[in-house]
Structure formats: structure tokens, C-alpha cells
Design a protein around this ligand. Structure first.
Ligand SMILES: *[C@@H]1O[C@H](CO)[C@@H](O)[C@H](O)[C@H]1NC(C)=O
Ligand SMILES: *[C@@H]1O[C@H](CO)[C@@H](O)[C@H](O)[C@H]1NC(C)=O
Ligand SMILES: *[C@@H]1O[C@H](CO)[C@@H](O)[C@H](O)[C@H]1NC(C)=O
Length: 422
């Protein structure tokens, strides 16, 4: 009989221990919680089996933060004073759930800065659980692809892709028409004050890449992804394969046209100064009929950079049809408009702008220059007195000391030849 009662006693002690042990388990999620900035979320944490915890101290902290308290529940109260200021008014418990041992935290208007590891802790039981929070940005922009020019060494077209508003930091991929990865330059990442990332990358595309290029920006952890396609037309590659003669030819024809017109401008300006208005009009008509480049009425030189290849394509092929080499010249994404008189220039400008507007295209104002009489184009300085080398490049030659030795002469010649080659 005595042996039997001993058996019962030890069994009940065992049961008490088991129950105590089970009550102490705090359970959090196995996976990180993924939220989108601005939304309200719940960070789950509960006791198994559930017991009433409404009267015990409950802590929610973010250990890497100072002060670290996200929420502190003591003696049935939310102690706001100890909270980190950035969580005041944003964190709460589901008080009705406390009696079931559910101490999940409600966090409203999540921000990128809320991201990180949270600790759910019951000091009395010395039980803790960790919850990882990832906050995806809601401001993600679709990538913008722009044409950066022609890579002469590789005879390809350089494209740049840029996308803003990401969080966490995304990766940027270039794909060809068959979905193969293109090897691109390094991805440049900028982190803004609002914790959002801007990424950009450049790639050189060759004709064999089947022309349909995709820029994809993705964040694997948050499953966010955006992509933009661009169709690089064959005309680009024709430009690249014959790049040198085309560029030189274009430069020369533009330069000549521009000089002729600028001479006209200078002439007009002088005439205006001496108040012989009629004479100037006759003179410019005369000049118009005597110039060998009669159809191209160039004068004033606004210089536009339209940064989108799609725009460029449409400018080239349809939007400016009939105007190219008449009132304007287009080289890649630059448009130069030139006219014989200022009045005519306003008309030409309006026509080109009207065409762009009708096509729904827009220009970046800071990339436009209007009504110039001198500017640098394709490494030449275009002025009213002729085409000159770029002054910066000539400066070194100009400032060279008079050579006094053979070595010095060679140095000078080397420099000079380098310039001529350039
Ligand atoms: C805890 O409470 C929240 C809010 O009511 C609820 O969404 C969650 O499912 C609860 N957790 C458990 C384990 O009951
Ligand atoms: C380019 O490829 C993408 C998929 O990679 C496809 O969705 C898109 O329609 C293609 N565009 C053209 C013009 O072929
Ligand atoms: C992301 O998407 C994949 C497949 O579409 C899915 O298996 C995975 O669970 C998603 N992850 C998240 C965090 O939503």
C-alpha cells in the first residue's frame, strides 16, 4: 500500500513539471514577416499552451535600437514613457487576446526603418521568441531605360537603366530577347535619407542580342519585381558599324551649316546696330539664295537632349519627318535647330516643339539650350567666326613654354600631335 501511494506521488510531480514546462513555450513565426511600407501588421507571438498573461510583464524590444522598447506591458498597463519615440502611437497589443496567452504586437504604418529583429519576451518565465520583419517599399518605380550613346570600341549601343524607391536593396538584371543575362557594368546603388534605394546600371548591347532588351529590378526577399523592355532598332547598329564616317560627316555638315548661319546672325546683328533694317532683310534673302546649302536654313542653335531612345526613334523616323536637315538636325538624342533669322527661328522652333507635343513627347528643360550663338558640339567649338577646337584642349598647347631644347621640342610636338589626332 505504501509503495503504491509513493508511485502516485512521483507520477503527479512528473505531471506538474510537464505542465510547467509546456506553459513556458513562447512561439513566434518561422519565416520573416514581410510588410509593405505604410500598412498595419501583426508580429505574431504566443504561449503554447495558452495561459492568461494579462497580469504579467510583457516586453517587445528591438535589441539593436536605443531605447530598445517597442512596447512594455506592466501591471495591466501600456508604459508609453519607456518606448522608443518612433513607436509611440504605433505599437499595441491585442488586450483581449492576452488571456489566451497571445501577445502578438500590432504595428501600424510600418516604415522601412522598422525593419529588423524583434524580441518578444516574458521576464517572469524567462521565455523569448524572435521575429524578423522585412519592410518592402511601396514607392518602387518601373525602371527607366535611356540611351547613353554608342560605344565605339565595342561597336554597340550603350543603355542605362535606373529605378527608384526600393527597399530593401534590389538587384538589377539585363536580359536579351531570349531571356539570357547580359553582362553589364556594376550596379550603382544610392541610399536616400528615407532609406529607399536607387539603382542604376549600364550595358552595351550588340546587334546579336536580338534587339529586345529587358531591364529587370527585383528584390527576392520581398518578391517585388519591375521590368521595362526596349526595342533597339537596327538603325542604331548601322550607325555603330559605320560610326566614324557618319560622325565626321555629320560634324562637318553641321559645322558648315552652323558657320554660314552664324555669319548671317553676326551680319544681322551689325546691321541692326546701324539701324539699316531693310538692308539686312535683303541681305539675308540674298545669302539664302547664294548658299550652297540652300535648303538647310540654319541660324540659332538650341541644343536638346532627349534622353529616351524611344523618343529618339520616333523623332528620327516619324515625328520630325520632313524637317530633318531642313530646319533641324538630329544626332542620336540631340536635336539642333537652326534658322536664317531670329523670327524664322521662332517659327521653326514652334514647329519642332509642336511636332514633339503632338507625339506626346516631353523634353527635359535642363537639357535644352535656346538661342545660342556659340557652343560645343561633338568636341568642336562652333562660333560665329568659324569652327574651332575645344578651348580646354587647346589651352595646354597655348600655355606651353617656348621650347629651348630638342627634348622640349619633342615634348611639344608630341602634345600637338596628340591634339591633332584627338
Ligand atoms: C493572436 O491575436 C491576433 C489578433 O487578434 C490574431 O490575428 C492571431 O491569429 C492570434 N494568434 C493566435 C495564435 O491565436
Ligand atoms: C520583348 O521581350 C519581352 C519578354 O522578354 C516580351 O514581353 C515583349 O513583348 C518583347 N517585345 C517585343 C517588341 O518583342
Ligand atoms: C515569392 O514568390 C514565390 C513564387 O512566386 C513564392 O514561392 C514565395 O513564397 C514568395 N515569397 C514571399 C515572401 O511572398
Amino acid at each position: 500500500m505504501a509503495g503504491l501511494s509513493f508511485y502516485f506521488l512521483s507520477n503527479s510531480i512528473l505531471v506538474v513539471h510537464l505542465v510547467h514546462y509546456c506553459q513556458s513555450r513562447l512561439i513566434g513565426p518561422n519565416q520573416p514577416i514581410i510588410a509593405t511600407a505604410g500598412e498595419d501588421i501583426t508580429l505574431p507571438c504566443h504561449l503554447v499552451p495558452g495561459v492568461n498573461v494579462a497580469a504579467v510583464t510583457l516586453e517587445w524590444t528591438k535589441p539593436d535600437m536605443d531605447p530598445r522598447f517597442v512596447f512594455l506591458w506592466r501591471a495591466g498597463q501600456d508604459l508609453i514613457n519607456v518606448k522608443n519615440p518612433s513607436y509611440i502611437g504605433r505599437s499595441s497589443l491585442f488586450t483581449d487576446e492576452l488571456k489566451h496567452g497571445n501577445i502578438s504586437l500590432k504595428l501600424s504604418k510600418v516604415k522601412p526603418a522598422d525593419e529588423g529583429r524583434y524580441r518578444c519576451y516574458i521576464p517572469d518565465k524567462n521565455e523569448e521568441a524572435f521575429i524578423d520583419l522585412l519592410v518592402a517599399s511601396s514607392a518602387v518605380s518601373s525602371p527607366d531605360i535611356s540611351l547613353e550613346g554608342i560605344d565605339r570600341d565595342k561597336t554597340g549601343v550603350m543603355l542605362e537603366c535606373k529605378s527608384e524607391g526600393w527597399h530593401p536593396e534590389p538587384e538589377l538584371l539585363w536580359l536579351d530577347g531570349e531571356g539570357n543575362h547580359l553582362s553589364a557594368g556594376p550596379t550603382e546603388t544610392l541610399r536616400g535619407p528615407d532609406d529607399l534605394y536607387t539603382v542604376s546600371s549600364r550595358v552595351t548591347v550588340e546587334k546579336r542580342h536580338s534587339n529586345n532588351i529587358t531591364c529587370r529590378v527585383q528584390q527576392r526577399n520581398t518578391n517585388q519585381s519591375r521590368e521595362t523592355h526596349i526595342h533597339v532598332s537596327d538603325e542604331f547598329f548601322e550607325l555603330t558599324s559605320s560610326s566614324a564616317p557618319v560622325i565626321i560627316g555629320l560634324a562637318v555638315s553641321l559645322a558648315i551649316s552652323i558657320i554660314l548661319i552664324l555669319t548671317g546672325v553676326f551680319y544681322i546683328w551689325r546691321q541692326n546696330k546701324t539701324n539699316v533694317r531693310r538692308a539686312h532683310c535683303d541681305a539675308c534673302k540674298e545669302q539664302e539664295t547664294t548658299t550652297p546649302l540652300n535648303p538647310s536654313k540654319f541660324q540659332v542653335l538650341p541644343f536638346w537632349l532627349c534622353n529616351a531612345p524611344a523618343i529618339f526613334q520616333r523623332l528620327m523616323n516619324s515625328v520630325l519627318a520632313g524637317l530633318i536637315y531642313k530646319t533641324c538636325a538630329v544626332y542620336l538624342d540631340d536635336i539642333v535647330i537652326a534658322s536664317p533669322t531670329f523670327e524664322q527661328h521662332l517659327v521653326d522652333l514652334e514647329e519642332v516643339l509642336g511636332r514633339l507635343q503632338a507625339a506626346g513627347l516631353s523634353l527635359k528643360l535642363k537639357k535644352c539650350q535656346f538661342c545660342l550663338d556659340e557652343f560645343t558640339f561633338l568636341r568642336y567649338r562652333i562660333t560665329s567666326s568659324g569652327v574651332k577646337p575645344d578651348l580646354d584642349k587647346v589651352k595646354v598647347v597655348k600655355e606651353f613654354d617656348t621650347p629651348t631644347s630638342v627634348k622640349h621640342v619633342c615634348q611639344f610636338l608630341g602634345l600637338h600631335c596628340k591634339f591633332l589626332v584627338a
